[in-house]
Ligand binder design. Structure first.
Ligand code: G3P
Length: 220
């Protein structure tokens, strides 16, 4: 099971990497905008910096929405660093682009997946990863975690090599729920990763150990 961080913030990526648990990074145009990274050249340099920090898969999303534009942009992104995974939206042109990239040996992440049918088409087109958006489905009263489970089951049943990358993770509970569903990857905000560590019994247990040590070792 792989842990990705869903951010373009270098400090957060570094912090997760230094925990020793980070396998990769996902970004999207909104996350790049949040970091104020403007212009194609700066964005490319930022992706390269992320790749150098992590040494794992880094999803970089195409902006083009037409087939030719996606191919052109994705080919350039893939050439930036061997760790780049080209992120493509789940549209008709996106599915065609997935097939093109797959045939060329370029790894892909099909994003904005909200149904099992979308994941099926992306897998058929050779996507390396499919990204169901858990939080955004929950936002509209649907069950994002259940979708992750359905996609995992479908891909395993038919023996697709495509990996499920649970995205739009909003909290630590989402992470654990997606892991229960057998997801291959979760991509999450740093706070959700750190939240996995929180348990009052750990804090209370450690305090008691230290207190007992102190009492046992204090001078009479
Ligand atoms: O990986 C997709 C993710 O960035 C979307 O998350 O919280 O904007 O729904 P969110």
């Amino acid at each position: 099971m792989k842990f990705f961080i869903d951010t373009a913030n270098l400090d957060q990526i570094r912090e997760a990497y230094e925990m020793g648990i980070l396998d990769g990074v996902t970004t999207n145009p909104s996350l790049m905008a949040k970091e104020g990274i403007k212009g194609v050249q700066n964005q490319h340099e930022h992706y390269i910096r992320i790749c150098q920090l992590v040494g794992g898969d880094v999803s970089a999303e195409v902006i083009a929405t037409d087939y030719n534009g996606m191919i052109e942009e994705g080919t350039i992104l893939a050439g930036l660093d061997p760790h780049i995974v080209v992120k493509v939206p789940c549209t008709t042109d996106g599915i065609k682009a997935l097939r093109y990239f797959s045939d060329k040996g370029i790894r892909t992440n099909c994003t904005l997946i909200f149904s099992t049918g979308q994941a099926l088409l992306a897998a058929k087109a050779g996507a390396t990863y499919v990204s169901p958006f858990v939080g955004r489905l929950d936002d509209i009263g649907e069950d994002g975690v259940a979708l992750v489970g359905n996609i995992v089951e479908m891909l395993r049943y038919y023996d697709f090599p495509t990996q499920v990358l649970a995205a739009s993770i909003r909290n630590s509970h989402h992470i654990v729920q997606c892991v229960d569903m057998g997801t291959d990857v979760v991509t999450c905000p740093l706070e959700a990763i750190k939240g996995l560590l929180n348990h009052p019994l750990t804090d209370a247990g450690l305090a008691r150990f230290l207190e007992d040590y102190r009492k046992n070792n204090e001078k009479n």
